[in-house]
Design a binder for this molecule. Sequence first.
Ligand code: PLP
Length: 438
Amino acid sequence: MKANRPPERPPGFIYRRETRLVGKPDLELQADQIPLPRLAKRYGTPLYVYSASTIRERYRQFDQAFRGCEHTICYSIKANSNLSILKMLARLGAGFDIVSGGELQRVMAAAPRTAAKVVFSGVGKLADEIDQALRAGILLFNVESSSELGLLAARAAHHHKTAQFAIRVNPQVAAKTHPYISTGLHEHKFGVPWRDASELYLRGATERYLKPAGISVHIGSQITELDPFRETMQRAASLVRSLRADGLDIRYVDAGGGLGISYKNTSDPSFSSRTKQYARALREPLDGLGVHLLLEPGRAIIGPAGVLLTRVLYRKQNNGKQFVVVDAAMNDLLRPSLYHAYHEIVPVLLRKGAVTTEKVDVVGPVCETGDFFARDRVIRSPQAGDLLAILDTGAYGMSLASNYNTRPRPAEVLVDGARSRLVRKRESIAGLLAPERL
Ligand SMILES: *Cc1c(COP(=O)(O)O)cnc(C)c1O
């Protein structure tokens, strides 16, 4: 039985015997110390459940990997922007990477004192968003075009506030990941081509209210090889040298995010050793430059810290193909539909006795053939009413959720040890209809 136990995600999500129920030998998947069935009963399904112990452990391991090197972790809010999670990360010492004025307002609501540790990325910043960021006194604007640099100079002058900026350089490094989340090539909309960067820096330096302060790169997301990161840093290092030779005081290298996680099978082998290798790949090329490293992890911190809890509604069979219809759908978790992403789907209850498995499609109720969580997946036979957990959905789960098919977005619960807290209530249909006019 042990040999084919479904994957777990320690320390947050592991199977345990429920001690209170003596004589009931089934194993239950728990979030920290709380059995998931209890959360399903209390908060309903579909439900996002996050583990505080996992968030803390991953943040600390990531931070430790960069010990001995001046650095700031600017957690990428778009991976999971729940206010309670931002507050928790701010307490652990994190700054934030934002890509909109809305995300800045989340920082101001959850942890206003971390504004000085915020970096602002994105190809389409609005004048109003730049104004908000100037007023908040953020650390760094990651500028993505010559026109944006002009706008930033004008807004900074208007407010009489000096804006520190980095140019987001497009390093022309191919990262092996899904094409939608690869960003480091010239054909992508991101950043400024390598050869145009110096000229922009020098132009920025002539502006009274602009201060060239850093270089920024971000080559994509869910990158599992380290060479692209190393290569990117080698290019960044040579740009730092040449800009310094031009007299610019370049202090920050913003390495972006993108460190991938293993979605399949076993738990992340060892996040601690993985982050150490990642840190080495980033740091070695920068050796001797004395720069302050900015890091923008999203998925690596929060991905394995969340599961989507869902209940099986129906079993059905079409021409011999087995379907498991669950109460979560593509509007709640878009990654399988959008990126053909793989997520482990595990039973919440491991019943004692013979284990029967079968090949099924796990699908949601939305009217789209693309509404699936797994296709032709061999899993333990689920029955109507069973609870399933879709693993590694802490990142780009809720933050990509929508109201497609007029489905209220799920509730979110943060579990810390033996306590659970509702950190976002389930939306209601009345709430969805409220902004509309007849
Ligand atoms: C999305 C994004 C990140 C975070 O990426 P992860 O893969 O979640 O680590 C960091 N920086 C920028 C600029 C981004 O767009």
